[in-house]
Design a protein around this ligand. Structure first.
Ligand code: COA
Ligand code: AMP
Length: 630
């Protein structure tokens, strides 16, 4: 790629057809698309409408056929169990083709859904590729969610089969997955035809006769069997990934096949600057979009090696773990969330553990998932002495909206900005009336339609919700629900969400969803949850609760119950630890809770008395409740 960023970006918008048909050349098609984009299809158009393709073929079969069979495809490194294993491309392909045969025996075929509730183990990757091979739509659910959240996803995706493991492993405890799955299936309206359960050595889970099948037995019985890759339309869904919406009902982000493959293949070189054969490590979780794109799919599409790390940045065993993995597996780049770096910095601020490892060919650190705070970026730059590249994206987009195209032309880093729009993303900042904001002026970050390949075409079974959540706010644009600005140099700054989404340790959560759970407590009259600034996790949810008249039980008991309720209904990942009882919530005269002002008070920021407030004394009560906590 010799073009400069500016030329390339302009070309992607000026001649969308030529740009993306050219990029599509990186993918093996059963039928090569003759058009890049058809604006007449779907909610805003569809990518590669006449292309026929298979994601698994592109990640595995074609590389084996081209002679990469003996190269490492996946390196599993699990400090929480002590396990390590490398799968070559040929080995991974054989495992995937075999497991696809297992799924086929359950009648799984093109378009069927398969829910995957598994931790960071190779079988989870094998399972997702087996689905892709058959044209089945996988939906991976993150292990930190509670049974209730899993049930919601099962009811929405209506899977034919659920794939699960007996447990996940957190640094301080084994997390039994099976009771959560059993509770989810008991609570869900939809019943899958089968559960295939992987018994991990750390925990043997009970099986339900007739419904549950042992993974190892089925795989052993499928020895020597293989399956062909299904011929899928580029517009067919590859997966559904649920993400927090503004209510307790998660949004099922649909990822189409062809556009996603093309976009990811472009990013491996253009954005991350990776060459085939190199080791790329994304230290996220396959339950999140970042894990889908850059643990499971991106590196293998590109003929690179991916690392599957079952551990944490700290505590498994120490804050040198990331540097150990990079050194040991010769990773040339790491992609993680700023919160992971803050955790490392807290425990090893001077880099003593870092210096125990020789990072050799390590070239760049990529950060995403939440705002990269400049002090953390600076710390990492000083320590690593390689570019620290922030980039910003959403579950909905599947790849970076804004980034620094290292593989094309590394642009100067400005702390606080993830740099510039990626190809195909026509990013604008609009004021609330829909007029373009002047450079440097804060407004709504939107993307002029169409979204580039790889971004969501719709929400699963919810076209109307897709339109109302993303397309109707600013006609002609996709609304990111982020506020920010673009500076004179075209650098984009993402400052905050404009909805009730908060970002806790790089995990996206809905305060509205937490409020729904808290409101279900029998003693609660009303509540407000805000994301309070947190030095480690970025934000931490804090609930303010008004109890029903006549409730006379000790506040502390009720607050404890509320914390337990959120953990039980949403999951430990919500990291909801603080509920504070107040007499009244601050509201406008029209009854709207003043969450923004509550948050500013909780963050110790300057705030002004809202002109529309009904009773200023309510804000004093918030201050007093917080002071009591401190
Ligand atoms: N399965 C079950 N439970 C899980 C889990 C999983 N996969 N992941 C997290 N949890 C639990 C944790 O054990 C913790 O439980 P606890 O309340 O009993 O301690 C709770 O959920 C909150 O987890 P987390 O917010 O991750 O906090 P932590 O203190 O365990 O770890 C960090 C803090 C910073 C080390 C960790 O959040 C981290 O590595 N973050 C990076 C996130 C990331 O990569 N995000 C992807 C976006 S790119
Ligand atoms: P998720 O869908 O979990 O990836 O969360 C997407 C949201 O996280 C975005 O809408 C942003 O609010 C936030 N986000 C992700 N990456 C960044 C970043 N690099 N800088 C600022 N915010 C980010």
């Amino acid at each position: 790629m010799s073009a400069s960023y500016r030329d390339l970006y302009a070309a992607s918008l000026d001649d969308r057809e030529a740009f993306w048909l050219d990029a599509a050349g990186a993918i093996d098609w059963f039928e090569r698309p003759t058009r890049a984009f058809d604006p007449a299809l779907g909610a805003y158009g569809r990518w590669f409408p006449d292309g026929v393709v298979n994601a698994c073929h592109n990640a595995l079969d074609r590389h084996v056929a081209a002679g990469r069979g003996e190269q490492a495809a996946l390196i599993y490194d699990s400090p929480v169990t002590g396990a390590k294993r490398t799968y070559t491309y040929a080995e991974l392909l054989a495992e995937v083709a075999r497991f696809a045969a297992v799924l086929q025996d359950f009648g799984v075929g093109p378009g069927d859904r398969v829910v995957v509730y598994m931790p960071m183990i190779p079988e989870a990757v094998i399972a997702t590729y087996a689905c892709a091979r058959l044209g089945a739509i996988h939906s991976v659910v993150f292990g930190g969610f509670a049974a209730n959240e899993l049930a919601k996803r099962i009811d929405d995706a209506t899977p034919k089969v659920v794939l699960a493991a007996s447990c996940g492993i957190e640094p301080t405890r084994v997390v039994p997955y099976k009771p959560l799955l059993d509770a989810a299936l008991a609570g869900a309206a939809h019943a899958p035809e089968a559960v295939v359960l992987l018994q991990r050595p750390q925990l043997d889970a009970e099986m339900v006769a007739g419904r549950d099948h042992d993974w190892a037995d089925l795989v052993a019985a499928a020895e020597g069997r293989t399956t062909a890759c299904a011929r899928m339309r580029a517009t067919d869904p590859l997966y559904i990934l649920y993400t927090s919406g503004t209510t307790g009902t998660p949004k099922g982000v649909v990822r189409d096949t062809g556009g996603y493959l093309v976009a990811l293949a472009w990013t491996m070189k253009g954005l991350y600057g990776i060459a085939p054969g190199e080791v790329f490590w994304c230290a996220s979780d396959i339950g999140w979009v970042v894990g889908h794109s850059y643990i499971v799919y991106g590196p293998l599409l590109h003929g690179a090696t991916t690392v599957l790390y079952e551990g944490k940045p700290v505590g498994t065993p120490d804050a040198g773990a990331f540097w150990r993995v990079i050194a040991e597996h010769k990773a040339v780049a790491l992609f993680t969330a700023p919160t992971a770096l803050r955790a490392i910095k807290k425990e090893d601020s001077k880099g003593d553990l870092f210096r125990q490892h020789h990072l050799g060919g390590f070239r760049a650190l990529f950060l995403a998932g939440e705002r990269a705070d400049p002090p953390t970026v600076q710390w990492a730059e000083d320590l690593l002495k390689v570019p620290v590249i922030d980039h910003c994206w959403q579950t909905e987009t599947g790849w970076a909206i804004v980034g620094n195209p290292l593989g094309i032309e590394p642009l100067p880093v400005k702390h606080g900005s993830p740099t510039v729009p990626m190809p195909g993303y026509d990013v604008k900042v609009l004021d609330d009336a829909g007029h373009e904001a002047a450079p440097g002026t804060l407004g709504n970050i939107v993307i002029k339609l169409p979204l580039p390949p790889g971004c969501l075409p719709t929400l699963w079974n919810a076209d109307d919700r897709f339109r109302s959540a993303y397309l109707e706010g600013f006609p002609g644009y996709y609304q990111t629900s982020d506020a920010g600005f673009i500076d004179e140099d075209g650098y984009v700054f993402f400052m905050a969400r404009t909805d009730d989404i908060i970002n806790v340790a790089g995990h996206r959560l809905s305060t509205g969803g937490m409020e729904e759970v808290i409101a279900s407590h029998p003693d609660v009259a009303e509540c407000a949850v805000v994301g309070v600034a947190d030095a480690l996790k970025g934000q931490s949810p804090t609930g303010f609760v008004v109890l029903k008249a006549g409730v006379s039980r000790p506040f502390a008991d009720i607050e404890r119950e509320i914390v337990a309720l959120v953990r039980d209904r949403i999951g430990p990942v919500a990291a909801f630890k603080t509920a504070l009882t107040v007499q009244r919530l601050p509201k406008t005269r029209s009854g709207k809770i003043l969450r923004g002002t509550i948050q500013k008070i909780a963050d110790g920021e300057d705030w002004t008395m809202p002109a529309t407030i009904e009773d200023p004394a309510t804000l004093d009560e918030i201050g007093a409740a917080l002071a009591g906590r401190r």
